[in-house]
Design a protein around this ligand. Structure first.
Ligand code: DP6
Length: 327
């Protein structure tokens, strides 16, 4: 079982697309839902002498893209461990598909955790994180709770490192779920396009600034400095936005509601509320604020036309193994 995470310093682009080895270091907060659960459960069973893997989502078998993603990830894990058997994957998610929340990080870390449990109960978290990353880059971070850094490096060196656990700081991520303006390009495809087509100056500046941003963000988290963290979060996000918009064709993940929420956050700040906004590869806005400001921020953001829901999340736990199978 695992949770999604929100990048404060973003991962976008690989030095190796097959193994998802990131070009830049990233830092995130693993999420625990307050007003809605954000749990992704994956369990595995061996499938005897079956020819292929089967994927059962909420009780129904999937034969499309979701199955393909799981099978691709299972094949990589089988390749690296020598495990041969075909599997039955069963999944359950407490947040709806298409809600625009990064499900892939939670799914791939939950799958890696379940796989580690199947092959050997003793596999350590670092190895689970590497296994998760090979399925989805950001998943390496969801293996750990709280505030997590994903470092670059060779395949065996690129894993999540927990900087502080979920009890360190009651920082809130308020996620404004908005109507998408246009069809989303998947992260995997988007980051490949950015690397190929974004002007060198913009892209290499984005890669270069990661280290500084991670150091600044880590310092701010260490002393629970919301203003300091918010400043780095927004600066890193603007670099990410510049990379997306300079990609050919431009990756404009925002909708008009996204811009309206961003404007509402700036207004809140001018009224003295410390709230800081950024996005992902999608139109939803993630607002970082302190727990005592959450109610006010939610109220204001809900007034923005096009906002369907505001999910209130706080730092959550890392992935864990379950004893009971879903099937
Ligand atoms: C914008 O890890 O979701 O959320 O490997 O295609 O699953 P896949 O990519 P993914 O990309 C995450 C991109 C991001 C930023 C981040 O989480 O750091």
């Amino acid at each position: 079982m695992a949770h999604p995470n929100k990048a404060i310093v973003i991962y976008w682009g690989n030095t190796d697309d097959h193994l998802n080895i990131p070009s830049r270091t990233s830092l995130s907060m693993t999420l625990c839902g307050v007003n809605r659960k954000l749990d992704y459960t994956v369990t595995l069973k061996t499938a005897g002498d079956a020819q292929g893997d089967r994927v059962i989502i909420d009780g129904s078998e999937d034969k499309g893209g979701i199955r393909d993603d799981f099978v691709r990830h299972l094949n990589i894990m089988r390749h690296y461990t020598g495990f041969k058997q075909k599997l039955i994957v069963a999944t359950k998610k407490t947040f709806p598909v298409g809600s625009g929340l990064a499900g892939s990080a939670a799914a791939a870390s939950a799958l890696a955790e379940a796989f580690a449990g199947l092959i050997d109960g003793g596999v350590d978290k670092r190895r689970v994180s590497i296994m998760a990353r090979r399925g989805s880059g950001s998943a390496a971070r969801s293996v750990f709770g709280g505030f997590v850094k994903l470092q670059t490096g060779a395949d065996e060196e690129s894993f999540g490192v927990q900087l502080w656990d979920e009890k360190h700081w009651d920082l809130c991520d308020l996620i404004a779920i908005v109507d998408p303006g246009m069809k989303k390009v998947k992260s995997r495809e988007g980051m490949r396009l950015s690397k190929q087509t974004c002007p060198k100056k913009v892209y290499s500046n984005f890669v270069k600034m990661a280290q500084t941003h991670v150091e600044q963000a880590a310092k701010a988290v260490a002393i629970r400095d919301l203003e300091g963290l918010g400043k780095v979060y927004e600066a890193d996000n603007m670099l990410f936005r510049a990379v997306c918009m300079n990609t050919k064709p431009p990756l404009d993940y925002w909708s008009s509601a996204t811009e309206d929420v961003l404007a509402a956050v700036i207004r809140l700040r001018s009224e003295g509320v410390p709230a800081f906004a950024g996005t992902d590869a999608g139109p939803n806005v993630h607002i970082l604020t302190g727990s005592r400001h959450a109610k006010k921020v939610i109220e204001k953001v809900k007034e923005v036309a096009g906002v369907n829901e505001v999910i209130h999340a706080i730092p959550g736990e890392g992935s864990r193994r379950l004893r009971k199978h879903l099937l």
